[in-house]
Structures are given as structure tokens and as C-alpha cells.
Design a binder for this molecule. Sequence first.
Ligand code: HMG
Length: 409
Amino acid sequence: MSVGIERLAAYIPSYALSLGDLAAARNVPPEKMTAGLGVHEMAIAAPCEDVVTLAASAGLRCLRRAGIDPSEIGLLLVATETGVDHSKPVAIFVHELLAIGRHCRVYELKHACYGGTAGLMTAADWVRAGGTRRRKALVIASDIARYELRSAGEPTQGAGAVAMLVGNEPRVLSLDAETGTYAANVYDFWRPFGRREALVDGKFSVECYLDALGGAFLQYRALERPALGSQEALSERLARLLYHTPFPKMASKAHRRLIELDWRAAGRRDADDDSITASFRTLAAPGIEAVSHIGNTYTASLYFCLAGILEREARALAGRRIGLFSYGSGCCAEFFTGTMPSGVESVADAGLRDLLSSRTMIDMAEYERLMTSSELGGEPPSSFTGEFVFHGVRNDRREYGRLRESMAA
Ligand code: HMG
């Protein structure tokens, strides 16, 4: 039975900050951010938005695009590391906002940025196990990445959500059953209770990411080895490689590491710079284009890369296999593959292009006001494209509402 992503839809907040403006304000050469990290803009959430509204907006867009009635959802998983309550899951707010039926398994998942993949794998296994009674799973990855102002992590913030409908008619991506995994207890990135901004050991986190990539990829490669020819690189069997992208330069470091390991495992000479650069341009660069305008979206980051290639090149990728690498600090990682079926171009619209073109760029003063404000809720900005708003907290309870009855698809 084929299992995988049937439909995918993205949502990003309506505000964005140019990294050129951030560099100027922090007295840093702009190239450090645009070339050194690879980020051009980052999405910023307005006070009327939180992970619940981001997730619900992505979820509604996904259901609408798929033409699915909410009662057909038998499993709703929301992955986030921006939880709003120690006990009450983000997923149950989303369940209500999307009017999903009572007979549904609903919960939140957390393992830093790996949570989205944990959700996708759990949903795929649920479909494979056959207990779905012909219903489908909705997996939503939703996050707001925040670091301290003026910290090294500041240019790697962002916000957004990606919703994926998972079932046995995968028109977007049919998942292969085998995957490679890796886990280790490391303190590279964390956010203790009560803190809004994450703590991070930045340089160490890059090393942890690359170690985990090596561990997960080599386990996957060993599983695929019997099918590989003499000195054949696994990467050459893949049309694209997508990486969890906290900032685009991380994907280029990851790609270098993967190609070096792949060539070495194939018994070839060491991969040279020209070969790595050429393979990066073909296999990995298309995946990070959209992300360079959004920033880090933690659990959703890898799936924004998928949304990006879906919109840009679905027709060219129809029938082709791609590789995906998911990393979550702390850490857990997974390397997996899947095939974009023929006809994928008919489900290529993830809504990303329209969202990116309708944003409002804010200046540094407004950015700093939003980042330091304790304001919760409030009026949506005039460029607001979401469907749901966060009204604020009353009697220790969070309140949400629907902004409009009909939404642009
Ligand atoms: P930094 O202090 O900006 O580092 O921190 P840097 O000074 O080494 O500069 C970065 C790059 O810019 C370097 O390139 C410089 O050479 C270059 P590299 O050597 O890496 O190739 N550079 C310039 N390039 C052009 N023109 C210039 C110039 N100046 C310098 N003038 C760091 C960077 C990533 C550490 C920081 O931004 C940070 O801490 N970010 C947050 C942590 C992070 O994103 N870690 C990534 C791996 S962990 C992960 O992905 C998980 C995560 O998503 C969370 C989760 O799982 O939940 C974070």
C-alpha cells in the first residue's frame, strides 16, 4: 500500500523583516547575514497570532485544497516547540477551530524541530496499520522561532506552519517504508520553562546537527546498500535533497557532509569542492529558496523546503525520488526518502508564493516593539492573510476566533 502526503499547505505570518535592515541596526556587514547565513528576510508573527492560529490557518488551507470534510480526519497531530500550555495541547485548540469531529485522536508532539517528522512518521504508521476506517491524518508543524535580541541567533528567527494530509493516496509524496534514525542527549538548543526565547550553544548545535546527519544517513545508506551498484553514490539516485534549514547555509554544510560520507561509503576518492558545489546546486539549492525569505520555522522548516520545490518544480520532479533530512536539537534525526508521483503538478499549489508576495515589511523599530512587547492578542494588521486570530488570555484561558467566513484559497 502506498502511504504518504496527499496534500500540503503552508501559512506564514503577514509581517517580515529584511536581514539587511537587521544587519545595519546591529552594525554587521549585510553579507554576513545574506551570504554567511544565507537569510534574506524572516517572518515575524503579529500579537494576534500564535502557534495555534498559524497551525489552524495552515490546516484549513490544506483541508480546503484537498476538498476534505473535517469529519474525515481520524488523527490530528500538531508538532510544535512553541507550546502554549504545559498540559493543554495546541492540537485541541486547532481541533475546535477546524471543526474536526469528535471521533478523532488529537495530540501535540514535541522534540524540538524533529517534531514535524515525528508527526509525519506516526501518521504514516497509523495509515499502514490500517485502523483508519478510511479516514485520513492531518499533521501540522507550527512554530515561532525566537532568540534574544542582539544574540548570534537573532538572524535565524522566523515563524510559520505547514499542514500535511496523510493517507493512502499520496499525490504529493509517497513515502518509502525504511528510514535512518539517530538520537543522543545533547545540550545544543533548549528553552527552559518560563522562557520565551530559546537558549542555544550555536557552534556546538551545528556540530550536533552534522553528527546526527551522518548517523541517520549512514544507517539509511546501509539499508539501501544491496540495491546500489559498485561505487554508486546514493545521492545520485535522488533528484533533490531537502534538509532541516535553520538558516540556508546550514543546508549547504549538511549537503557537503552528506556527499563526503556518501562518496566515502561508496569506496570512491574523496569528493572534491567542484563536485560538491555542482551537486549542491542541483540537489539542495532549490529546496532552500523559499526558506531564505521565511527564516527558521523549527518543526515546519523541512516541510517549507518541500512546499518550495513542490511549487517551483513539481512537473520536473514527477515520478522522481527525493531524500529528506530532519533534525531536532536535543537530539533526534531521521533521513528518509519518497517519490513524487506522476501528476504531482496538479497538487503543487501550497499557497507559499501568494503568501510571500502579500507580506508587509516592517522596520527595526516595529520589529523591536513586537519582540519586546508582552501584548497578547490585538487587532490584526491590514495585510493579515490568516483565518484565525488570538484574542488574548482571560481568566487564565486562551481565546481564539475566526476572522472571516470565507478565505482566499
Ligand atoms: P555567528 O556568530 O553568526 O557565526 O553564529 P559566524 O561568526 O561563524 O558567522 C556565520 C557565517 O558567516 C560564517 O560562515 C562566517 O564565515 C560568515 P561559515 O564559516 O559557517 O561558513 N561570515 C561572512 N560571510 C560573508 N561576509 C561577511 C561575513 N562575516 C561572517 N562579512 C550561528 C552563527 C548559526 C551559530 C548562530 O546564528 C546561532 O546560534 N543560530 C541558532 C542556532 C542554529 O541555528 N543552529 C543550527 C543547527 S541546530 C538546529 O538546526 C536546530 C534548531 O533549528 C532548533 C531545534 O531543533 O529546535 C536550531
